[in-house]
Design a protein around this ligand. Structure first.
Ligand code: 4NP
Length: 157
């Protein structure tokens, strides 16, 4: 059976989208669904390509027994053919992904959505960028993502 492929996207691919990826992988493991999915993350920007996720995010996630193992990469037009779902963290990411898609020649496009469309318990319509803030911002991002990522899985189950 063909796997369902999901790409989480933020700006730098070192804070929010690697956290979303790791939370989703963790959730799939708990539900015995790992083999049915292919999961990745990417950034719209190029500045952090090849880097591990921000240590503040890795530490905050480890406190919840979630390991963030990904290395940053930049989204490419090929991702529109390779992924069923591309999930943006905020409005700016969403617009940048749409702009990239509009410059791509293929018509076989992924479904592009904001992850916060799937939220249940939090009011935030965007996942706030924690990069320039304090440590509590990383925990807040994880709280928000645990909610919306599980909402996303329910929406496609
Ligand atoms: P992310 O956070 O998009 O959640 O990975 C950021 C990481 C780095 C920068 C901005 C946001 N930066 O400006 O370098």
């Amino acid at each position: 059976m063909k796997k369902i492929s999901v790409l989480f996207v933020c700006l730098g691919n070192i804070c929010r989208s690697p956290a979303a990826e790791a939370i989703f992988i963790n959730l799939l493991e708990k539900k015995g669904l790992t083999d049915s999915f292919c999961v990745d993350s990417a950034g719209t920007g190029h500045w952090h390509i090849g880097k591990k996720a921000d240590s503040r995010m890795r530490i905050a996630a480890e406190r919840r027994d979630i390991n963030i193992l990904s290395r940053a990469r930049q989204i490419t037009t090929q991702d529109f053919q390779q992924f069923n779902y591309i999930l943006a963290m905020d409005d700016s990411n969403f617009r940048n992904i749409q702009n990239l898609k509009n410059r791509s020649s293929s018509t076989d496009y992924a479904s592009i959505k904001k992850i916060q469309n799937f939220r249940s318990f939090f009011n935030e319509e965007e996942v706030p960028d924690p990069y320039f803030g304090g440590d509590e911002g990383f925990d807040h991002v994880l709280d928000i993502l645990e909610d919306s990522v599980s909402g996303f899985l329910e929406s496609i189950s």
